[in-house]
Design a protein around this ligand. Structure first.
Ligand code: SAM
Ligand code: DTB
Ligand code: SF4
Length: 340
């Protein structure tokens, strides 16, 4: 591998991260873009498809989520989808040009009786040549091993925000629970996907703490989704935001968060995730400039609306962006192996 000039660090201090956030916007973007092109093709974006394989009825009380039993969002609870139905949807996603298939279940944690079907799904989707990602809630070491054995490429489990703000958003688990599952995933040898949500009423310092948590893990997550809160009616945060329109996250602050994630975690895929449907093309373009290199395609995320293929295709043409080649993601993840 050609030598990279940027040193990968896991000893970032909160002060250093706060200083990055404070940079003049043009300087911050310039630094992020420079680091981005050292590690990634700057004109290629990975396309991912999301599927909710088990929707709603979740016992957790995450204040942003339409799928919590505590939310009055109108999302109906379903059972885990049949394996064949999931595989059909994965095949459609591949035909539509997706490289990665991410499957989400509204569980606090998978039950052992769910695991055989989950394992079948992972094996089937992987056999299609798609990169696989699952997000099923908390995992025991044994469940993580089973997923690894099945061939799962990535496990998504977000820390969501900084450690101090976490208990304001979720009361049914704590920050350490999240970190424990991430460790189980890491120990099993599965790539880690962990990020969070910007715009939940947190302060700049909470965003500093959020990036600091991820950038100081023993090994950076290979994938870092940055979501903008999608305010869903009937959720605590959605309703709070509806009452205070000024609380919506400022676009420039969102781009700053993407840029700081890129600078502190140079090799990770930074995913411009939820919230694009209400983001201008110009803001999305700034996010790509700041180092975001992956998006979710299609007109639906798990339950919330997404930008949609037509508008994405038009945006890619306008910006001269192309989809990351199908074999690239695996290469990216090999490059993450620690140096001998
Ligand atoms: N139950 C699993 C868990 O919590 O890990 C997986 C599903 S959960 C929907 C996956 C992630 O989606 C959450 O951690 C959160 O970061 C993000 N998310 C959920 N609702 C959102 C919303 N309304 N706006 C932005 N991001 C959201
Ligand atoms: C992530 O960080 N964002 C995706 C993925 N991981 C699973 C999910 C976004 C969900 C948005 C809200 C919804 O669709 O209900
Ligand atoms: Fe459940 Fe996940 Fe939604 Fe939290 S984010 S309520 S754990 S589905």
């Amino acid at each position: 591998m050609e030598e990279k000039l940027t040193h990968i660090r896991t000893d970032w201090t909160r002060e250093e991260i706060a200083d990055l956030f404070d940079l003049p916007f043009t300087e911050l973007l310039f630094r992020a873009a420079a680091i981005h092109r050292e590690f990634h093709p700057p004109d290629q974006i990975q396309l991912c498809t999301l599927l909710s394989i088990k929707t709603g009825g979740c016992p957790e009380d995450c204040g942003y989520c339409s799928q919590s039993v505590k939310a009055y969002s109108g999302v109906e609870a379903t059972k885990l989808m049949e394996v064949q139905s999931v595989l059909q949807r994965a095949a459609q996603a591949k035909d539509a040009g997706s490289q990665r298939f991410c499957m989400g279940a509204a569980w606090r944690n998978p039950k052992d009786r769910d695991m055989p079907a989950i394992v079948e799904i992972v094996k089937g989707v992987r056999a299609m040549g798609l990169e696989t990602c699952m997000t099923l809630g908390m995992l025991t070491p044994k469940q993580a091993d089973m997923l690894k054995e099945a061939g799962l490429d990535y496990y998504n489990h977000n820390v969501d925000t900084g450690p101090e703000y976490y208990e304001r958003v979720i009361s049914t688990r704590n920050y350490q629970d999240r970190l424990d599952t991430l460790q189980n995933v890491r120990d099993a040898g599965i790539n880690v996907c962990s990020g969070g949500i910007v715009g939940m009423g947190e302060t700049r310092d909470d965003r500093v703490g959020f990036v600091h948590t991820l950038a100081t893990l023993e090994r950076h997550p290979e994938s870092v989704p940055v979501n903008a809160l999608v305010p869903v009616k009937g959720t605590v945060l959605g309703d709070m935001l509806a009452d205070t329109p000024l609380a919506k996250i400022d676009d420039i602050e969102f781009v700053r968060t993407v840029a700081v994630a890129r600078i502190t975690m140079p090799m990770s895929m930074v995913r411009l995730s939820a919230g694009r449907e209400s983001m201008s093309e110009a803001t999305q373009a700034l996010c790509f400039m700041a180092g975001a290199n992956s998006i979710f395609t299609g007109d639906k995320l798990l339950t919330a609306p997404n930008a949609g293929d037509d508008s994405d295709a038009a945006l890619f043409v306008k910006l001269g962006l192309t989809a990351l080649a199908q074999e690239e993601p695996m290469r990216a993840c090999k490059a993450m192996e620690p140096a001998e």
